[in-house]
Design a protein around this ligand. Structure first.
Ligand SMILES: [Zn+2]
Length: 568
């Protein structure tokens, strides 16, 4: 015997009655290794006998297999099948969304990619659809009581699109106008994958070929140029320039000050003043307030997460708390290296912080702003920070401080896939909350089918049978409501703000004081009247009242700019 627990399978003295039942054997594969199914449990076999799975996942054999009688072999197979299955179950990791993103994008083995895909989406059974249906029913009731036909209409009312039907028409237009770049991108992926021997482009493999064509692996190499401690001060300078404010770190984190203030030692505290650094020196120059930047995920003494989910919070006038919830520094890594997406996340929250501090109205007025206004300063500054020219202002190699090469900078730029993915997720959450999906007349199975068709509406590949959009970001969106379309509206406005016709398209323009001045006066310092929100909530306003106009100018009539950014 060469198993790690020697002889253990023979210690089971089975009753003869059991042994007399002939095990049902089905040969699944015919190769050097076969899989024999015994009592429903698969056992892998080759000419040396069955494979034993040890508790640590290694494989072993039974040395005296060929000396056994057939009856003994049958008994052994039964015990082995049952035990292998138990041990495998213990060894299996749950496949999370992270596994899908990383294995789906970078694993060379198509079989592994498919297995992970199926294992992940297989984890979402009908109980999820049931829960979603319950939620949709509760929301439909709320919407109807407030005088709306659907929850989507309620959530669209304060935003620039106004209602569900207009939002849908606008999204259809996005998809239409994304076609030229999307079909070109998909054709390229098909070409590359066919050279790799695949026929067509499947849903499961789409992510892998996209990452391959877009050289997404370079985003990880780019991280070497984004050490958090070195980049953060320059990043704050950049945000400061874009919005004409100055960040100055105060209260160096030592035990005494933090014992007094109560902030964890890893939280960075910044004082924010109005105007560029040169203006700060002038006495009495306006202080806007403080930003508390909480970068990393922590556990409390009780083993629970001690940090909020990523987001910006107005603590009280003049104090903004930002939680980024990033995974901490890897063991032996020295300084935290930021992935470009993490950097985008930090910058996004900083945009919220500046908005919170600049806003001149009451906290209630701030919270009442439509989501497509609230998210604009954050999406704007994250887009500015992601621009290759901006990145050269803060990216530097962790060892020698050198600038990242151009192809690495291009690797993290958003392409049409990025926006189409947002479009698909919005489509699911908007469509499930829409009037024509009546949650009181539908079943959980209807919900799943409808969610897939809403995803499919904006896809060039056929949805895989194992797939449910609720397993991914679309599920999170549905949890929040129907209003995710706000982000897409913001991305479009940002593309238009930054690429105005006839103006310079380089980052230098956005970082000029004139540009920052316009952003401040037209967006950040504005105290938009909050009546719009009150008007859609009869408990606060009067029912049936005409809605005041949306605080921002009309949406651009074309969405082309959204998909053309990558063409450069
Ligand atoms: Zn945000």
């Amino acid at each position: 015997m060469s198993t790690s627990e020697s002889g253990s399978i023979f210690e089971h003295k089975e009753q003869p009655t059991l042994a007399l039942e002939a095990p049902t054997k089905d040969v699944i594969e015919e190769d050097d290794i076969q899989t024999v199914v015994v009592d429903g449990n698969p056992v892998r076999m080759d000419k040396l006998g069955p494979l034993v799975i040890n508790t640590d996942g290694t494989l072993a054999r039974i040395n005296n297999w060929h000396e056994m009688t057939e009856l003994e072999q049958q008994k052994t197979l039964r015990v082995l099948g049952r035990r292998n299955k138990q041990r495998l179950a213990k060894l299996q990791e749950e496949a999370g969304l992270d596994a899908i993103e990383k294995i789906g994008s970078f694993c060379q083995n198509a079989t592994t990619r498919r297995r992970i895909f199926e294992a992940f989406y297989g984890g979402f059974d009908s109980s999820l659809d049931e829960a979603a249906l319950d939620l949709l029913r509760a929301r439909r009731k709320v919407a109807e009581q407030l005088g709306f036909r659907s929850y989507a209409d309620l959530e669209m009312a304060p935003m620039a699109v106004g209602d569900e039907a207009t939002a849908r028409r606008w999204m259809d237009q996005c998809w239409q106008e994304a076609q030229p770049t999307m079909s070109k991108a998909v054709k390229k992926m098909k070409d590359v994958s066919s050279r790799g021997g695949s026929k067509g482009l499947s849903h499961v493999d789409q992510m892998f070929w996209r990452a391959h064509v877009a050289r997404e692996i370079d985003t990880w190499r780019l991280s070497e140029f984004l050490p958090a401690d070195k980049c953060l001060p320059s990043l704050l300078n950049l945000v400061g320039k874009a919005y004409s404010v100055t960040f100055r770190e105060v209260d160096g984190a030592n035990l005494l000050t933090r014992l007094l203030s109560g902030w964890h030692r890893s939280v960075k505290v910044y004082e924010v003043t109005d105007g560029p650094p040169s203006a700060v020196k002038k006495a009495g120059r306006g202080k806007l307030g403080y930003v508390y930047l909480d970068l990393y995920r922590r556990m409390s003494f009780l083993g629970r997460p001690a940090v909020e989910l990523a987001g910006a919070l107005r603590l009280c006038p003049g104090h903004a708390y930002l939680s980024c919830n990033l995974p901490g520094v890897g063991l032996g890594q020295g300084s935290k290296l930021l992935h470009p997406e993490e950097l985008v996340g930090i910058t996004h929250e900083l945009g919220h912080a500046v908005h919170i501090l600049c806003h001149t109205g009451s906290p209630q007025e701030f919270d009442d702003l439509p989501l497509d206004v609230l998210e604009l300063p954050s999406t704007l500054v994250e887009t500015i920070a992601l621009h290759p020219e901006s990145m050269t202002q803060y990216a530097q190699h962790r060892d020698n401080g050198s600038l990242p090469p151009g192809d690495l900078l291009r690797s993290c730029q958003r392409d049409s896939h990025f926006f189409v993915r947002v479009l698909q997720n919005c489509s699911v959450s908007l469509g499930l909350h829409a009037e024509d999906f009546d949650p009181f007349k539908k079943t959980a199975a209807d919900l799943r089918e409808h969610a897939i068709s809403l995803w499919q509406r904006y896809s060039l590949v056929e949805a895989d049978p194992a797939f449910t959009p609720l397993g991914g970001d679309a599920g999170l969106n549905v949890g929040h409501g129907a209003n995710h379309v706000a982000y897409l509206l913001c991305y479009l406005r940002v593309a238009n703000i930054l690429q105005k016709k006839g103006s310079r398209k380089d980052a230098a323009r956005w970082l000029q004081p004139e540009f920052a001045g316009l952003l401040r006066s037209q967006l950040l310092d504005q105290n938009f009247p909050s009546e719009r929100m009150a008007a859609v909530q009869p408990t606060l306003g009067k029912q049936g009242r005409e809605l005041p106009p949306h605080p921002l100018p009309q949406l651009p009539s074309s969405t082309l700019l959204l998909f053309q950014q990558l063409a450069q």
